[in-house]
Write a protein that binds this ligand. Structure first.
Ligand SMILES: O=C(O)CCC(=O)C(=O)O
Length: 320
């Protein structure tokens, strides 16, 4: 997760000198951090914790075991089949992948002008990006807006969560000699400490295809939580050597696996991925965050396009 330029700093840029711009940005950062803390303690998350506490969801064995993994280690490694046991849903997601891969490869072959990328992260082509409408007709959205996953996210965050981000990514292979950049480097997501992120591999991913990697125990509350600890808008990108000096190599988990591999993790912990040097890595991803994050540090990637009348309280809260 990488920060987008805010309107305020863009406005300041036009008016102030370079030095004043730096000062304005520092003040803005301080204000955003304070706003996040206030929303976490009082303004947003308190009510959300209250809703959750009134009627906590009852979880089945699979959900409970994922929850216990993520709490203890910061991640849980599963498969789509184990979590959903829904062959039709998996087929629909595979068809969505095939359409996306075909259109992305046609666009890239024609020069890449029409692919959706974000500045500074051009190695990831996105199916949706920001500002789209999503609803039950979209198979991946249907899976991550399901009660099964929302119950899990809410139980992990111990509050009603927001489904903040939903997308499918195609990571374009890089030259083997290229430097890792952006989310290919070790980092903590800056936008919340109450985070549950999901990655579903849509192709087989080996060690050369930029597998997702995670430092077990680096999640808030874990054994390595204090290594460049999480803070709102934090921007620590330690080198491999710096990370190795503070965290044993046995803590670094590398998720190679077949299509259908499903990783749950709190990306407030250290992670990286997407540095493929051979074949494209295609995956679906989603993020559940706390309301405090949406109120201060991030924007939802989509607008919900379905009918709100059919939704229960936690689902309506998550999607709006
Ligand atoms: O592409 C990856 O494996 C890492 C993605 C990432 O850093 C993120 O979603 O925060």
């Amino acid at each position: 997760m990488h920060r987008q330029r805010t309107k305020f700093s863009a406005r300041v840029n036009r008016v102030f000198t370079h030095r004043a711009d730096r000062v304005a940005k520092a003040i803005e950062r301080q204000g955003i951090r304070a706003t996040y803390e206030l929303h976490d303690r009082l303004l947003s998350n308190r009510a959300s914790r209250g809703h959750f506490g009134e009627a906590p969801p009852s979880l089945d064995d699979v959900q409970r075991s994922i929850l216990s993994d993520v709490r203890e280690h910061g991640y849980s490694l599963r498969s789509f089949e184990e979590v959903f046991s829904d062959a039709a849903a998996w087929t629909a997601i595979e068809e969505q992948r095939d359409r996306f891969v075909a259109s992305t490869e046609a666009d890239l072959a024609a020069g890449g002008e029409h692919v959706r990328v974000r500045p500074g992260k051009e190695f990831v082509v996105r199916l949706q990006s920001y500002g789209v409408e999503l609803g039950p007709a979209d198979p991946w959205f249907g899976a991550v807006a399901s009660q099964r996953l929302l119950d899990l996210a809410n139980a992990y965050l111990e509050m009603w969560s927001k489904l903040e981000y939903v997308d499918v990514w195609y990571s374009v292979p890089q030259p083997a000699a290229a430097e890792r950049i952006s989310s290919q480097r070790w980092h903590r997501d800056y936008n919340d400490k109450h985070l549950l992120k999901i990655f579903l591999y849509l192709v087989d991913v080996d060690e050369h295809m930029g597998p997702f990697q995670y430092v077990a125990g680096s999640q808030p509350g874990g054994a390595y939580a204090d290594a460049w600890g999480w803070e709102p808008l934090g921007q620590h990108y330690p080198t491999e050597e710096e990370l190795e000096a503070r965290v044993p190599s046995s803590a670094v988990q590398t998720f190679t696996g077949p299509a259908g591999t499903l990783v749950f993790c709190n990306t407030a912990g250290f992670h990286r991925g997407g540095f493929s040097t051979t074949k494209p890595r295609v995956l679906a991803t989603a993020t559940y965050s706390s309301p405090a994050s949406l109120a201060s540090l991030t924007v939802r990637s989509y607008e919900y396009a379905g009918s709100l009348d059919d939704l229960d309280g936690p689902t309506r809260f998550a999607l709006t």
